[in-house]
Design a protein around this ligand. Structure first.
Ligand SMILES: Cc1cc2nc3c(=O)[nH]c(=O)nc-3n(C[C@H](O)[C@H](O)[C@H](O)COP(=O)(O)OP(=O)(O)OC[C@H]3O[C@@H](n4cnc5c(N)ncnc54)[C@H](O)[C@@H]3O)c2cc1C
Length: 574
């Protein structure tokens, strides 16, 4: 049942309590609740996704963040290596979490990411050959909104049509699609066509796959949570802001945290609920380490400065954050086939929305890109003389290119006139690591989020070379009668000038991970063991993006879904 106040709960004790009805949390809740013998409570700080139009219409996804009621509305600390700039760092605060507000790209990453995860944790169960099995129950490949012939745009045998989450190829074609594909032929050595990353081979550029079915967003709320929400053994409470885990005793010499405290807001009374079996923390890469630290689980030196009594001293909590850096590269282009006028003209947008509401088709049934690709720096790049290759493996990537048929630039508003092409370049194998720290012991105060972007020579080198590469892409003959000129400092040529350009507008792709990292069972570092149990404590598991020790070669919802599916199997005991 969906509950809106604590008084509606069936009691104060459940078998499992899931903190955060986000991407991973809803997988856990649904898979546990499929067994009618399990009594499950899900606590979510945000509101219901029901009736939120922008959470249904794919192209409107970007209007859900930042500065809305569906976002935690975080801002990063001043970024030392980005001219001291700050910028928003969105996170979904709504049933479905970030899967309800994200940009819908749906992929899993490189097989090397999972094999590296298995190596790091010492658990072969995280290797690709094992994890890929979960694709079968997770995804449900469906035709695109426009019903076009998808031959050659993906490899059906790599996908499942039996899972729970509808996904599809682009449901609206753009004039530039043919130019993108032509460039993969013209510059095939540098930008080869990749027919499908679903088998774990990410290198090259291909058609995007998105968490969209019937022209509508698929989130963990519309799929996993909806599949169980009417069951008698599930309570889902919205507006429930978890303030800390509550220690309930000592088991096997370790502090046990089977209690969860929450409140509606800073002025509201707190309520405690208890788990007979386990608490599963799925509050995301920022919420999870924040709650851990508020509960006295973290670096003693830091907790003491916040007047929090340390119960589990673990300096790894909130450290090791990695994320993809986003650089929006814009070109001015000919004609009117870009979507810029649609975004400027309320009448045109209204007509597109009418079409979506009538038939779930048209430009709004699509996400923000039809093509993206993953690429490596050349093996003989001088940077490898000083930095070991940080990619997950020789078939994994260093950077990504995302093609958009309109102006995207979080740092610079859309110009009032003109048509644009955006080739986002993103750093995929960062060596910088950031932190999530408490600002105070007030659970309602936003944490200090420092992704520490571009702190290393490698990261700056890779971004610089990605700028040169996207310029080669846009310089192909396929674009010669379309692209007019680069916008602003994208024209830079020297290392110094390109670095200055990168520093001036880079931000996040919204993929933070690693703040409650998995590690081998007995390792002195890390926050959870390979079965996702909180180290040094009892009764708690963590299942969300924070357990990924490094950011994979993918937009992160897919890797989070696969980890959550395996976690559910581990918790259920098969
Ligand atoms: C704007 C944006 C665009 C993105 N685009 C893409 C994309 O196109 N493709 C892709 O693959 N990935 C994308 N991502 C990233 C992807 O969505 C995330 O990596 C993934 O959803 C994270 O899942 P999670 O379960 O770790 O956290 P979330 O899905 O964020 O879930 C955490 C949940 O916990 C709740 N919570 C947090 N703290 C508390 C608390 N104290 N009490 C109660 N509840 C709490 C939150 O409200 C939220 O519902 C994007 C993310 C954003 C924000």
């Amino acid at each position: 049942r969906l509950c809106t106040s604590p008084g509606q709960l069936r009691g104060n004790t459940y078998d499992y309590i899931v903190v955060g009805a986000g991407t991973a949390g809803n997988v856990i809740a649904a898979r546990l609740a499929e067994n009618g013998a399990n009594d499950v409570l899900v606590l979510e700080a945000g509101v219901s996704n029901e009736g939120v139009l922008a959470a249904q219409v794919p192209f409107m996804g970007p209007t859900l963040t930042p500065n809305t009621p569906y976002d935690w509305n975080y801002t990063v600390t001043p970024q030392t290596h980005l001219n001291g700039r700050t910028f928003p760092f969105p996170r979904g605060r709504i049933l479905g979490g970030s899967s309800s507000v994200n940009y819908l790209v749906h992929q899993y990453g490189s097989s090397a990411d999972y094999d590296r995860l298995a190596r790091i944790t010492g658990d072969p169960g995280w290797a690709w050959r094992n994890l890929r099995r979960y694709i079968d129950r997770h995804e449900k490949f469906v035709p695109p909104a426009d019903g076009h012939n998808t031959n050659g745009q993906y490899i059906p045998s790599l996908h499942s049509t039996r899972g729970i989450l509808p996904k599809s190829l682009p449901g609206f074609s753009h004039g530039i699609d043919a130019r993108v594909i032509a460039t993969t032929q013209e510059l095939s050595a540098e930008f080869p066509f990749n027919p499908d990353t679903g088998g774990g081979d990410v290198l090259g550029l291909g058609w995007v796959q998105s968490s969209i079915g019937d022209g509508t967003r698929s989130s963990s709320a519309t799929t996993y949570l909806n599949s169980v929400i009417n069951r008698r053994n599930v309570d889902v409470l919205v507006n429930a802001y978890v303030t800390k885990l509550v220690r309930t005793g000592t088991v096997g010499g370790k502090p046990s945290f089977r209690g969860v405290q929450f409140a509606n807001g800073p002025q509201s009374p707190t309520t405690n609920v208890f788990a007979r079996k386990e608490v599963i923390l799925s509050a995301g890469a920022f919420g999870t380490p924040q709650i851990l630290q508020l509960s006295g689980i973290g670096d003693r030196a830091e907790l003491t400065t916040k007047s929090i009594t340390t119960i589990v001293n673990n300096p790894s909590v909130g450290k090791n954050m990695s994320d993809h850096v986003l650089l929006p590269n814009n070109w001015r282009v000919q004609g009117t086939e870009s979507l810029d006028n649609l975004l400027r003209d309320p009448v045109a947008f209204g007509a597109a929305l009418d079409q979506w509401q009538t038939s779930k088709t048209g430009v709004l049934s699509n996400g923000v890109t039809n093509h993206l690709g993953f690429f490596r720096l050349p093996n003989n790049s001088p940077i490898f003389a000083t930095t070991p290759d940080p990619a997950s493996g020789p078939t994994a990537s260093h950077w990504e290119m995302i093609v958009s048929n309109f102006w995207i630039n979080p740092a610079v508003p859309q110009p009032a006139t003109g048509s644009y092409l955006t080739l986002i370049s993103a750093l995929i194998s960062p060596t910088s690591r950031g932190t999530l720290k408490l600002a105070s012991n007030n659970p309602f105060q936003a944490p200090l989020i420092d992704p520490n972007f571009l702190a290393t020579d490698f990261d700056r080198y890779a971004m610089r070379e990605s700028v040169r590469a996207v310029k080669r892409f846009a310089g192909a003959n396929a674009w010669s009668d379309y692209v007019i000129e680069p916008v602003g400092d994208l024209a830079a040529q020297t290392d110094e000038a390109i670095d200055a350009y990168v520093r001036s507008i880079s931000t996040t792709v919204f993929h933070p991970v690693g703040t409650a990292s998995m590690s081998p069972r007995n390792a002195a570092w890390g926050v959870v063991d390979p079965e996702l149990r909180l180290k040094g404590a009892e009764g708690v598991r963590i299942v969300d993006a924070s357990v990924w020790p490094f950011v994979p070669n993918a937009h992160t919802q897919g890797p989070v879904y696969l980890v959550a599916e395996r976690a559910a199997s581990i918790i259920r005991g098969y």
